[in-house]
Design a binder for this molecule. Sequence first.
Ligand SMILES: [Zn+2]
Length: 255
Amino acid sequence: MTTSSPNAKEPRCPVCSGSAMAPYGDKDGYSFLSCSDCGYVFCHPRPSQQALDEMHAEQGGSDGIRADYYPKAPSRARRGLMNAFKLVRYVFGQRVLDLGCGGGFVVGGFKRAFAREAVGLDINPNAIEYARAHYSDCTFHCGTLDDFKGGRIGTFGFVYSSEVIEHVENVEAYMNFLAEITQPGAVVFITTPDIAGEQVPDVVTDWDLFSPPLHIQFFNEDTLTRLFVRFGFTPIKRVPDRGGPGLKMLFRKDA
Ligand SMILES: [Zn+2]
């Protein structure tokens, strides 16, 4: 990997490559910095990937997810189908991936929204067991991005990644992975909490979504766009979140 070491003493901004940082705030024993050039906010030093992987796997386990049970499955399935059909123009006839697919609800939706092939990838083995048991016409992979880089899952015409980027230990590795698995002209739909959203309190660290080590970096429309442009994507549009805290954006992979 050509990315900077996330635990280096002097971090480099993954959005603008700047190296001037200002203290942003502390929460629950974690410190955050803000890039002086672009305003990107991130946890530094980082929790280790191993700690994060264990936390994410643990969460699945502690929710009681197993092959025959997923909390609130009916409403998740309904929402997954609805979200998939909202994106049908990008999904239709494509090989599509949900990066961070959980129980596969959106993947199942993509298959029904006329994806040629619908694939899900998640780190949580219980969630993947559930997905495989319930969406047998889709393909599911369990593991980290490292497990699947290097062309091991092929390339896609559409990639969906909802509420994932704020969790990842290495944002540049995540973006390199996205760039590697997207065909030229492919569309990426990404959602993450909007740190510039109306619902964010004046003291940002009081925000309920400001929750390390679960959420360890925060974007606004500008920083998310700059990040994607840096990795070879062009913004298509921001999708409204109807008063919610979400930053939802569509990007197209450059040819
Ligand atoms: Zn920056």
